[in-house]
Ligand binder design. Structure first.
Ligand code: ZN
Ligand code: ZN
Length: 319
């Protein structure tokens, strides 16, 4: 088959966002919901026993995004946001399906289990070296996350072996701290990221990220309240309209102390007024097709297309 270039139609270099996970910390199906079924049983969880995950948009791993960034030279860099409890499964399912050969850099939103507990498995996407003699993968995280990870994974942080200690193969990471500050951007694999501090519970600051020059994307996976500088950076009335907002929504009704639920998420979408929004972080209360039908009507009414994302979704973008 002749390539596009041979036909004279040169395609512009394209980047893509690949949703590796769109579920809450306990993931969907909810295991407790299957071992202690309610009466009647939960439709979303029970269907996971008969529909294979790749055909089931209600099968959700921990929230995580892979940015396939195509730079000006046409080379692809793969930037991973968050490495949760389900990371290995996400690699097996989506790196194979979307032909992702490696991870070039890692960015962490915060240090909760569903964002970092897969860090040990970063070695599965690194070249094999029994002596750990490979280039470490750059990883960006706050000082607070760094302190927590040094306790959770001391062997990933410590560089030198004690005298007499055997070499064991572990993930090789090159740690860089970033700030909870919209005015302190950083660059990972050639792409600029603006940190977006948000409250994730009133005692905790988590980061979202704003990226893309030609196509502006904000990714906010864990939020209960926006801080004013962050809200300014991502709203149409502030620094300018987003092309895509990717936003947290945990439960269908009510509110929650550490996350947006559906009512707060939709209010925020209206206020920020992006060109499009995709929702992530859902529990088993969300039923993909049914709730996307509701969102279709909402979108027509409000003039902002909003849908629930799903694991494996790939969105082409021109970053
Ligand atoms: Zn359930
Ligand atoms: Zn969290």
């Amino acid at each position: 088959m002749a390539s596009a270039a041979e036909n004279g139609n040169v395609e512009p270099p394209r980047s893509a966002l690949i949703f590796l996970g769109t579920g809450c910390s306990s993931a969907v199906p909810n295991a407790l919901c299957l071992i202690q079924p309610s009466d009647p049983p939960c439709h979303v969880c029970s269907q996971s026993l008969s529909i294979p995950p790749n055909l089931n948009p209600n099968y959700r791993c921990n929230t995580s995004l892979l940015i396939d960034y195509c730079g000006s030279e046409g080379e692809h860099k793969y930037i991973l946001i968050d490495v949760g409890k389900t990371f290995r499964e996400q690699v097996l399912r989506w790196f194979t399906f979307h032909k992702i050969p490696q991870v070039d850099s890692v960015i962490l939103t915060h240090e909760h289990a569903d964002a970092v507990l897969g860090l040990d498995d970063i070695r599965i996407v690194q070249p094999f070296s029994p002596t750990n003699d490979i280039d470490p993968t750059p990883i960006y995280l706050t000082e607070h996350a760094m302190e927590s990870i040094a306790v959770k994974f001391p062997y990933l942080v410590k560089k030198k072996l004690n005298p007499g200690q055997e070499i064991r193969r572990v993930a090789q990471l090159d740690w860089t701290t970033i700030e909870n500050d919209c005015t302190k951007p950083f660059v990972a694999s050639g792409l600029k990221f603006v940190p977006l501090p948000v409250m994730h519970g009133e005692d905790y600051v988590c980061l979202g990220f704003l990226f893309g020059e030609r196509f502006k994307v904000a990714y906010i996976s864990d939020v209960s309240r926006f801080l004013p500088p962050t809200e300014y950076h991502i709203s149409k009335d502030g620094a300018g309209q987003l092309d895509l907002l990717i936003l947290d929504t945990l439960y269908k009704k009510g509110s929650h102390n550490t996350h947006f639920c559906f009512p707060q998420t939709l209010d925020a979408v209206k206020r920020l007024c992006p060109k499009r929004a995709l929702l992530i972080g859902m529990t088993h209360e969300f039923n993909h097709h049914k709730d996307n039908e509701f969102l279709k009507d909402w979108s027509t009414r409000e003039g902002i297309p909003v849908q629930l994302a799903y694991d494996g979704l790939r969105v082409s973008v021109d970053l």
